[in-house]
Design a protein around this ligand. Structure first.
Ligand SMILES: Cc1cc2nc3c(=O)[nH]c(=O)nc-3n(C[C@H](O)[C@H](O)[C@H](O)COP(=O)(O)OP(=O)(O)OC[C@H]3O[C@@H](n4cnc5c(N)ncnc54)[C@H](O)[C@@H]3O)c2cc1C
Length: 431
């Protein structure tokens, strides 16, 4: 499949006022730069290209609509420090640079959103709330200890919390131990991506509902086929994450891994009062197959959990399983279902490293941010454009890793099923 085709609407986007999408491409077009994918990576790349080469025409294609597609489907954690998976206490200098780049990128996102709010008078929910990480079992505690070591080595602030302190703040008795780190923002992700897309310069033409179906090299140019017309460009950037492989790039390194989320209706004040002192919080799992949780500013609970390989799970299964996991953490919500459940595709790489750089003449890619690409995708999208302009850029593969090779099918799916069954069993108390 060359692009995502979700069975369920994005729950965050459904909470926003309707937005009129930009028209789909219906003609053949010549452009200096074409970017496939208007997500965190693609929008950042388009904006950076316009900053560095203001005279160039930039064409941005997305198979979905801004807010409805993958970039609006995440859990809304915008970490302003590098992710735990990127953390290695023995490499302090590398970590410090990753953290500085990530923090600067987060500050740019915040500034863009504030500019958007000032221009439109709208409010966009993006707040520096910090984040919890908590473990329920020995498997989770081992990861929590690694993360604590990372924070300590990097000299980053955090608070340790025992079961009682977590219960008091979050209203759940589920977790044995946790950490609170202030270096995270929580967002309404569909609102943020809409705000970022609205900041694109007038010289960037955005076409929504326009999937790239095929890319070919024609002479010195790249040609992108879409249902309504072709785009011919000098430079082509692939910012469509795991779906790049279906355009012939990254097939040995990328997989579309689906994960699922649900949002409850707003809870009654009396119910919320019994659910901890924090009113707007987020919790990331310590085990990588664990569940992400949020309590939102408007009094909803969100849970994200489960993974499936290259295709979505049936709706009934998603709903039942998310409810089971939410209710095991908050038994008082047993009667509360979901307003919305949905899935999204993560660009998964075996070792967590990104697929980044110029892979063919004038064909650039940034993909494979795994489960944490809001800020990191923005950063890598900008750096990709800096590199295409011949600027000095930090050594991205050294800093953030480089996607490793995966065996072809059917070995790959067999390996995934085996690893996921084993890890799910090992981390069963964290699911
Ligand atoms: C449920 C869920 C929760 C998550 N939670 C978090 C979180 O809290 N924090 C975090 O940092 N990350 C989170 N992630 C991961 C995060 O969403 C991704 O890492 C991030 O969206 C990557 O950004 P991107 O712009 O590189 O790619 P994407 O967001 O995947 O954007 C790619 C864009 O390309 C478009 N596209 C794809 N194929 C084509 C094509 N052929 N033609 C045209 N357009 C195409 C898509 O419509 C999409 O708009 C989560 C992911 C999911 C699914």
């Amino acid at each position: 499949m060359s692009h995502p085709n979700y069975q369920l609407d994005c729950g965050w986007n459904a909470l926003l006022a309707p937005r009129v999408p930009r028209p789909a491409l219906q003609q053949d077009l010549d452009t200096d730069v074409a970017i496939i994918g208007a997500g965190w990576t693609g929008i950042a790349a388009a904006r950076r290209w316009q900053e560095l080469s203001p005279g160039d025409s930039v064409t941005l294609l997305d198979s979905s609509e801004i807010g409805e597609g993958n970039p609006g489907r995440n859990s809304g954690f915008l970490l302003s420090i590098a992710l735990a998976e990127d953390a290695n206490p023995s490499q302090l200098e590398r970590m410090a640079l990753c953290n500085r780049l990530t923090g600067d990128t987060m500050a740019q996102i915040m500034a863009d959103v504030e500019r958007y709010c000032a221009q439109t008078g709208e409010t966009v929910d993006l707040q520096r709330t910090g984040t919890y990480r908590a473990a329920a079992s020995s498997a989770g505690l081992r990861s929590l200890n690694n993360y604590r070591a990372f924070l300590q080595a990097a000299g980053l602030p955090f608070t340790e919390l025992d079961r009682n302190a977590l219960r008091e703040r979050l209203g759940s008795n589920f977790y044995a131990e946790g950490l609170y780190s202030p270096d995270c923002y929580l967002a309404q992700p569909a609102a943020v991506i809409r705000a970022l897309a609205a900041q694109l310069s007038k010289d960037t033409q955005l076409f929504e509902n326009t999937p790239a179906l095929e890319i070919t090299r024609v002479g010195q140019r790249w040609r992108v086929k879409t249902p309504g017309g072709h785009v011919s460009c000098r430079q082509l950037i692939l910012a469509n994450n795991a779906f790049a492989k279906d355009l012939g790039i990254g097939g040995s390194r990328l997989v579309a891994m689906y994960t699922f989320a649900g949002l409850t209706p707003p809870l009654a004040a009396a119910q919320l009062d019994a659910l901890g002192t924090d009113a707007n919080w987020g919790l990331l799992p310590t085990h990588r197959l664990g569940s992400t949780l949020r309590r939102t500013v408007d009094g909803r609970f969100m849970i994200r959990s489960m993974h499936s390989y290259e295709k979505e799970l049936p709706r009934a299964h998603i709903e039942t399983e998310l409810a089971r996991r939410l209710h095991s953490r908050f038994p008082s919500l047993r009667q509360t279902g979901f307003d919305k459940v949905w899935g999204g595709a993560v660009g998964f790489t075996y070792n967590g490293g990104a697929l980044w750089g110029e892979v063919k003449p004038n064909l650039h890619i940034s993909a494979g941010c795994n489960g944490g690409g809001t800020v990191k995708g923005t950063l890598l999208g900008r750096l990709l454009v800096d590199k295409a302009h011949g600027l000095d850029v930090p050594d991205v593969p050294r800093l953030f890793g480089s996607a490793s090779w995966m065996p072809p099918e059917p070995l790959r799916v067999i390996g995934f099923k085996f690893a996921s069954t084993l890890e799910s069993w090992q981390g069963r108390h964290e699911l």
